[in-house]
Design a protein. Structure first.
Length: 399
């Protein structure tokens, strides 16, 4: 039995059109806040919110009060409303992820990903444990900003995507020509759920003492694909172009060499809050079997597109679609999609999926410099084939 003086959320129930939760009872009364607005006060230890929109993220705070009405403890929770119909192309896009920050714990829970048997949990890149369920509690929480990640995999044949069976069968064939990865990797989808959490002592102040950060004046988003090697072999063994120049670098938001780069800028202070999209492709240089340069070119970026989402003055989003090929030799395209919501008060949720090659790096900047929200190393150029499994990812913050 848990200690009587702990103040924690005991359960959270998501139903279509509602979010319900209850908590321990160490106090005399409690206040519940939603998005900073007081929505309930009294001795009851549960709250039901029936004013939610499916798929939308919400923030709650619960204050514990003593007999004199003084705040003795605080819990903060971030979760989203249940969306019954999922995005089959990116199953983590509408996945409900719940994060609870209390003095005694950081608790994470998430909707089950179909046919995933277990989940690995990391804090700041350090492995914390494995869970066969869809929740994890960390009671050794440092009083510092932290990044929690949940990783899962499943065979591509279990995917809900169309063509999943051909991905599985042909993925094994592709693997035979890709010495940089194992056959198992070639047919395995990968999933990452990442939550960036602020300093607990600052998050758990009483609501009337807690102040939101200054509104974001301008968001910047950057998505870059690149080849880490100086030179890479062509996975198309029938081509006379046997090798290509790589970009010769590792992850770096300002890396000068790349295959493709997309930059999105949203300014809340400019009239109309314009969304500016800039796209580029790097030069491709190919060499023959003797090592002599054969040809060079720059890929078309016509199929690198953006679609703004609804804007209400408090949050803005976009969908980015990318399909860019090799300009000088028949080869699969680099494919990815991104769905982003960037809020003026500083929270964000960005989710996407991509081929598991080449290197992918994604950054945000809200006024004080770039910070990474997703990085994925290449598993070999054969993974750009449409018959090989994708990596799916979802990154958001709670501060």
């Amino acid at each position: 039995m848990e200690q009587a003086d702990r103040f924690e959320i005991r359960s959270v129930v998501h139903r279509e059109g509602s979010i319900e939760f209850d908590w321990d009872d160490p106090g005399e009364s409690y206040r519940v806040y939603k998005e900073g607005r007081l929505v309930q006060e009294g001795p009851v230890c549960d709250y039901s919110d029936e004013d939610v929109m499916h798929g939308k993220m919400y923030h709650y705070a619960v204050e514990c009060l003593d007999g004199r009405g003084r705040v003795t403890d605080v819990i903060r929770m971030q979760t989203s409303a249940l969306k019954m119909k999922k995005d089959t192309a990116n199953p983590v896009r509408q996945l409900v992820v719940t994060t609870i920050v209390a003095k005694s714990q950081v608790a994470l829970s998430w909707e089950k990903i179909r046919d995933v048997e277990s989940y690995e949990v990391y804090r700041d890149g350090v492995f914390l444990g494995e869970s066969e369920g869809t929740h994890f509690i960390d009671r050794e929480v440092p009083d510092a900003p932290s990044v929690y990640s949940v990783r899962a995999t499943r065979p591509a044949q279990d995917s809900e995507e169309p063509m999943s069976s051909p991905k599985s069968v042909l993925g094994r064939i592709v693997g035979l020509f890709n010495p940089e990865s194992t056959t198992r990797e070639d047919v395995t989808e990968e999933f990452w759920l990442t939550k960036m959490i602020g300093r607990p002592s600052e998050m758990l102040l009483p609501v009337e003492e807690w102040r939101e950060p200054e509104p974001v004046a301008k968001w910047r988003f950057r998505y870059t694909t690149f080849l880490a090697e100086e030179q890479v072999g062509n996975p198309n063994i029938t081509s006379p172009n046997r090798t290509f120049d790589g970009d010769g670098r590792h992850f770096d938001p300002e890396g000068g060499s790349f295959r493709t780069r997309g930059d999105v800028t949203l300014s809340y202070t400019d009239p109309g809050c314009p969304l500016i999209f800039k796209k580029e492709a790097g030069k491709t240089v190919a060499y023959g079997i003797t090592g002599r340069k054969r040809e060079e070119g720059t890929a078309s970026i016509d199929d690198f597109t953006i679609e703004p989402l609804e804007h209400d003055g408090r949050e803005f989003g976009f969908e980015l679609e990318h399909s860019v090929g090799n300009p000088i030799t028949p080869a699969p395209t680099i494919d990815y999609e991104v769905h982003a919501v960037l809020r003026r008060h500083g929270t964000f949720e960005v989710t996407g999926y991509h081929d598991q090659a080449p290197h992918h790096e994604v950054y945000l900047d809200k006024g004080d410099g770039w910070f990474p929200i997703h990085r994925a190393e290449s598993k070999g150029l054969a993974h750009m084939s449409e018959v090989v499994a994708y990596q799916h990812w979802n990154t958001s913050n709670f501060e």
